[in-house]
Design a protein around this ligand. Structure first.
Ligand SMILES: *Cc1c(COP(=O)(O)O)cnc(C)c1O
Length: 358
């Protein structure tokens, strides 16, 4: 029999979460963000599950957008990082993609382009993230140039929040004020809400939401949030125990001999490791479920295996099912034990893990 590592993708949960996002802003549309292989869940199956209701899809680059078209998905696809070369523009126009425009060089490519159809563009405004986008002071002139440009059919302003998951910081109010002033003055549509803003910043909703992580049932917040409570986990990552041993007091477990105990420990070895995408930063104590019961990871995660404490689970043994995250164990909780965020755990799942869809 084969190795039992698997990721079950709960497509019904993704549909539920998309609806929950949209319900936060009746009247607004929502880009379902499926970049990075839908955060590890499989871009094509996820987009197909949402095909009947998603207003648009969001990806990082044209390759990801073309993958959706090749699978027969007809919605507009927003290119969140824009285009990287002028020669992408005819493809963008033919395929109905909506690119972000964040820099002067993209603007001049558009001005020089002779396209089969004019395209809507999402003009990125740098309101404080300082990663991509035009300075707010430059935006009125850029909008004027875009509106005069034959290749452009429509201009919408977009921005991205640096701290929408941390309401106490005051940064979001600041970014929101900057973009709102422009939206009002220039009479454009706007898009600014990632998942955290969809859930916690109604003033940022405007015409187009851009939920990503929440579609996959993971919360971007460190704190409890009433909307996030309603999310459903979209992935259950599981495997099974392939060996069990009694480790005497004082003996260590795993690479680096980082874990040892004053008491004898019953240790289960699980077929799951960082070669599957399970984080090597998971510390001793990270929760795992064995046959549905909580216990903890012990010792270092290795490439193909990890070890768990079965001392208090006398009935667990070879063949016991192990859930690493999923419906009963939020990926966000596991992420905290790895000093990371659920985004990285989900996107770093490797192709070795078979995804199965229900
Ligand atoms: C990835 C991304 C999103 C989605 O963010 P989440 O925090 O996953 O909801 C939204 N907008 C842009 C520009 C992005 O790059």
């Amino acid at each position: 029999m084969s190795r039992k590592v698997r990721a079950d993708i709960h497509l019904d949960a993704i549909v539920h979460n998309y609806r929950l996002a949209r319900a936060q802003a009746p009247g607004a549309s929502a880009v379902a963000v499926v970049k990075a292989n839908a955060y590890g869940h499989g871009a094509v199956p996820v987009a197909r599950a949402l095909a009947a209701e998603a207003d648009a899809f969001g990806v990082a680059c044209i390759e990801e957008a073309l993958e959706l078209r090749a699978a027969g998905l007809a919605q507009p696809v927003v290119l969140l990082e824009g285009f990287f070369d002028a020669d992408e523009l005819p493809v963008i126009a033919r395929q109905g993609f909506w690119p972000a425009v964040h820099s002067e060089h993209q603007l001049s490519w558009l001005e020089q382009a002779d396209l089969p159809a004019a395209i809507p563009v999402w003009l990125k405004v740098d309101t404080g993230m300082h990663r991509l986008g035009f300075d707010p002071e430059a935006v009125p002139a850029v909008v004027e140039r875009l509106r005069a440009c034959a290749a452009v059919s429509e201009v919408l302003l977009m921005t991205h929040f640096a701290c929408s998951d941390e309401p106490e910081k005051g940064m979001t109010e600041h970014q929101l004020a900057r973009i709102s002033t422009l939206v009002e003055a220039l009479e454009t549509g706007a898009s600014m809400s990632n998942s955290a803003a969809v859930m916690a910043w109604p003033a940022a909703h405007y015409q187009w939401l851009r939920p990503g992580i929440m579609l996959y049932g993971a919360t971007p917040f460190e704190h409890a949030d009433p909307v996030a409570e309603g999310l459903q986990a979209a992935m259950t990552l599981s495997s099974e125990i392939i060996a069990v041993r009694e480790v005497p007091a004082g003996e260590s477990v795993g690479y680096g001999a980082t874990f040892s105990s004053e008491h004898p420990v019953r240790v289960g070895t699980v077929a799951m490791g960082y070669g599957d995408g399970y984080s090597r930063h998971a510390r001793t104590g990270t929760p795992v479920l064995v046959d549905g019961q909580r216990t903890r990871l012990v010792g270092r995660v290795s490439m193909d295996m990890l070890t768990v404490d079965l001392t208090d689970l006398p009935h667990a043994g070879v063949g016991s099912r192990v859930e690493l995250w999923g419906r009963q164990l939020p990926v966000s909780e596991v992420a905290r034990w790895c000093d990371t965020i659920p985004y990285t755990l989900l996107t770093c799942l490797t192709p070795r893990v078979p995804r199965s869809y229900e």
